[in-house]
Write a protein that binds this ligand. Structure first.
Ligand code: 4AD
Ligand code: MG
Length: 465
């Protein structure tokens, strides 16, 4: 019976007592007694399984003793309780078939030793073979599935929003161009004809920065919806918190105000953290041992305490009263920088913080203007160690106000005609937020660089693999 390593380690013996596991060699150690211990991993759980190979195997000298890290094998044998420390079960092998050799073990990039994260980014296509990236990958998967499960249990529909678009959803001019329609400069094919392949859409198109505007339309028919997909930003992403291509989870709720939005954000984050604590204890134990000593305890405290809520105006006062020397100025009307966000959440509160009601001119055009005429119903959720992980708001549902904001920000109303329809036909108050999925992974895994939170990071100068 072929079983996963996870299944074999759980010691659930199938009738007949023989099991087969398939995977890749992590390490091999030969004992003087004429045995080899081959650790095999298949990614199904953190731990590899120990395969004990006796010298009586027909390929013992010719193959087993030549196995190195990375070789692919199929091992069959009897599952027995292990004598070794920290091992539950091991396989006494009756056969080990080598499926794929590592052609030059000396130059194989993933040696059985600790590698620097910088080095592993250079071989991002091979790094899933390491302990750390195996753990991060399983935790990322756990978070994604928990997100879908939360929405499913709470009556949200999953909406796929487009990647190619003409509208700048944030109005911040950070879009990657897909195609241009520049009359003087139409792309020509070799014979001088217009290349319609490159001008496919007959309009200037871009990669989306957010699915929000589209998903708002679905909230105004299906009430509770979310989008979860890749988004793209041509901003200066040469930092440890920015990617040019990242995934975002964006719920949108009809008839909701900012308070309800913040309540959902808190419940949603806690739901995902509980899932990781329950389902990925093996990977989190490794993270706590090697990456972030308090990785588990801080998630537990995150889940057990209410988030703090602070108005932007009060946050500014707190920052000004702190005797901390900040690099960037703190003044009402200026946006909070990462150093300010981290001070608020780490030093002032020691827990996640929801900052609300930011000055209207530093936030996006679609946010609802508050009655004071100076602030919008926006919120950011700040987490210790990283700062902003969620940005959200109540949306401007009044068409005259929305038009005034589009004009104020110098945006082309023609690009938002379809979006205005939502305010013209059955408009209601509604709210939503966007969670940067890689920032969440960074936080949970205690990573120091967001490029380690996504399998193939895209950043200035980095698009290989
Ligand atoms: O605050 P942002 O720009 O908000 C929006 O895009 C809204 N449309 C969301 C909504 O209300 N539906 O981005 C949301 C989150 C940020 O809080 C951050 O976690 C993440 O997306 N984010 C990035 N993550 C990685 N790399 C980047 N360049 C990011 N830019 C934003
Ligand atoms: Mg933001």
């Amino acid at each position: 019976t072929v079983v996963s390593v996870e299944h074999a380690l759980a010691g659930k013996m199938p009738a007949g007592g023989e099991v087969t596991v398939r995977g890749w060699v992590r390490t091999r150690r030969d004992s003087k007694a004429g045995l080899s211990f081959v650790n095999v991993s298949d990614g199904s759980c953190f731990a590899p399984i120990q395969v004990v190979a006796p010298s009586s195997l027909s390929n013992y000298e010719s193959e087993v003793k030549r196995l190195t890290a990375g070789c692919a094998v199929i091992a069959t044998g009897t599952l027995v309780a292990s004598q070794g420390q920290g091992q539950s079960f091991e396989i006494q092998a009756s056969s080990i078939e080598v499926v794929g050799w590592v052609e030059d073990p000396e130059t194989y990039p993933i040696q059985p030793k600790a590698h620097s994260l910088e080095f592993l980014r250079e071989v991002a296509h091979l790094r899933p073979r390491t302990n750390l990236f195996g753990a991060v990958t399983r935790i990322r998967d756990c978070l994604a599935k928990a997100a879908h499960r939360y929405f499913h249990e709470n009556g949200f529909y999953w909406i796929s929003t487009p990647i190619i678009t003409t509208s700048d959803a944030e109005g911040a001019g950070q879009m990657f161009r897909v195609s241009t329609l520049d009359a003087a400069n139409l792309p020509r094919d070799a014979k001088g004809g217009v290349d319609f392949g490159r001008d496919f859409f007959g309009k200037e198109t871009f990669l989306t920065v957010s699915g929000q505007l589209n998903v708002e339309g679905y909230a105004l028919a299906l009430s509770k919806v979310y989008t979860f997909g890749p988004t793209f930003r041509a901003e200066n992403s040469n930092t440890t918190r920015h990617l040019a291509e990242f995934w975002m989870i964006e719920p949108e709720i009809a008839f909701a105000d900012l308070a309800e939005d913040a309540r959902v954000a808190e419940e949603f984050l806690k739901y995902m953290f509980r899932a990781v604590l329950n389902e990925r204890a093996d990977d989190m134990a490794f993270i706590a041992e090697r990456v972030q000593p308090d990785a588990i305890t801080r998630l537990e405290s995150f889940v057990n305490a209410p988030f703090e809520r602070i108005e932007y105006t009060d946050a500014i006062k707190l920052l000004q009263k702190s005797n901390k020397k900040f690099e960037f100025p703190v003044e009402w009307g200026l946006d909070l920088q990462t150093e300010h966000e981290r001070w608020l959440t780490e030093e002032h509160v020691g827990r996640p913080v929801v900052v609300t009601n930011y000055p209207e001119h530093i936030k996006s055009f679609y946010m609802r203007l508050n009655d004071d005429g100076k602030t919008v119903a926006a919120m950011d959720v700040l987490a210790p160690g990283i700062g902003e992980i969620i940005g959200g708001s109540q949306r401007e549902e009044r068409i005259d106000m929305l038009d005034a904001r589009i004009a104020q920000f110098g945006l082309d109303p023609a690009h938002y005609e379809w979006y205005r329809d939502f305010r013209r036909y059955g408009t209601v108050p509604h709210a939503g937020f966007g969670l940067g999925f890689e920032r969440l992974v960074v936080y949970v895994c205690g990573l120091s660089n967001i490029r380690d939170a996504i399998p193939f990071p895209r950043a200035p100068g980095h698009a290989e693999f």
